[in-house]
Design a protein around this ligand. Structure first.
Ligand SMILES: Nc1ncnc2c1ncn2[C@@H]1O[C@H](COP(=O)(O)OP(=O)(O)OP(=O)(O)O)[C@@H](O)[C@H]1O
Length: 336
């Protein structure tokens, strides 16, 4: 029997989840060979530490964090590959372990750079294989195939062997395959990794489109914060297995001091200006970049100060790049 899913059921709910792993430690020394075999040291790693999180249907969420923060562990628990040590999870109102098969019919998962495509067959063969094995009704399959072929620009590669595709083409084909059964929720692990600028833009555009038009809930992990900011409305940042931030990207900037950048142009021979409350980041050929905290120095005050410098030819104010904001954040967490 299909589990019943209520209308207002969260797309996913993680309730106080902890996951620990046991790691066996073996030294590389020859004298420890016997000890390594029979009595290696044991270390318990807490990958997730009392994590609670709710994501509603239709949200596009970036799930980010430094290496080892616990992102993949979360996705593995949500997809029923791993059991939490403690706590409960529910995905589309179902238990990922107990309801694994019905759940997989409504969810799509793309794990890192791993491919689901048959290597020695044309892409379309993998798609048709999925249709048969998953028993996807012909009407749904044809509709989704048409949609992904068009939006992901697949016409030229459907008949090509998967092993002959470039990385960008393969990623497009993998994402297309993921969507053939029309999932309500997709987990994507690093979907833009290794893609060139154009392929990245296409991928981001596509994911935003299916989120908006098909109302697909999307959860993406990536180390590229710029990409995540372009895609997602909400960012959840993990630090050492706990949720350190949950909000939008502007709130994330504000949480760290509301940093903005200002680029001032003068004639090339002009020295950088001495501006109160501004940190000079670089100065070359009459272009001077400063950083300021708009919580301490509101933008109107900054602009007011600039009016005293007639040598200024042009001014541009922009938000600090989210990559830099998050790098500073990771650095501050490391020191704790
Ligand atoms: N199968 C495993 N056995 C033992 N320890 C594990 C296992 N998988 C992950 N860990 C540990 O759990 C912690 C979290 O790992 P996880 O892979 O979830 O992090 P991540 O945020 O996905 O990292 P990355 O960005 O590097 O992929 C790490 O300390 C890692 O060493």
């Amino acid at each position: 029997m299909q589990p019943m899913v209520l209308q207002d059921t969260p797309a996913l709910a993680i309730d106080n989840v902890t996951k620990t792993y046991t790691q066996w430690q073996r030294s590389g020394k020859a004298k420890d060979i016997i000890k390594n075999m029979f009595r290696p040291d044991k270390r318990v790693v807490t990958a997730l530490d009392h994590v609670s999180l709710t994501i509603n249907p239709g949200e596009f969420v970036a799930y980010a964090g430094a290496n080892g923060a616990g992102k993949s562990t979360t996705i593995k628990i949500l997809s029923g590959i791993l059991l939490p040590t403690q706590g409960r999870v529910s995905v589309l109102g179902m238990d990922p372990l107990r309801d694994r098969i019905p759940l997989m019919r409504r969810v799509g998962i793309l794990f890192g750079q791993r491919t689901e495509l048959w290597w020695d067959h044309p892409v379309i063969t993998s798609f048709e294989w999925k249709k048969e094995v998953w028993n996807i009704p012909d009407e749904i399959y044809q509709r989704n195939l048409k949609m992904v072929t068009q939006l992901l620009d697949l016409t030229d590669i459907l008949k090509t062997f998967a092993r002959e595709l470039s990385l960008g083409q393969r990623m497009r084909a993998d994402i297309a395959m993921l969507l053939l059964h029309g999932p309500d929720l997709i987990f994507l692990d690093e979907p833009t990794l290794g893609l060139d600028v154009l392929a990245k833009q296409q991928m981001i555009h596509f994911l935003k489109k299916i989120n908006k038009e098909q109302k697909t809930t999307v959860v993406v992990t990536s180390h590229d914060m710029d990409d995540l900011e372009e895609m997602a409305q909400r960012v959840v940042l993990l630090n050492k297995g706990t949720i350190a931030f949950d909000g939008n990207f502007d709130e994330l900037r504000d949480a760290l001091g509301g940093f903005y950048r200002i680029e001032i142009t003068t004639s090339p021979k002009e020295a950088p200006l001495s501006l109160p409350g501004m940190k000079l980041l670089r100065s070359e050929h009459g272009s001077h970049e400063y950083e300021f905290d708009r919580k301490i120095f509101p933008i109107h005050r900054v602009l007011g100060n600039l009016s005293e410098f007639p040598q200024i030819l042009d001014v541009e104010i922009k938000k600090a790049p989210i990559e830099d904001v998050v790098a500073n954040l990771y650095l501050s967490w490391k020191d704790k």
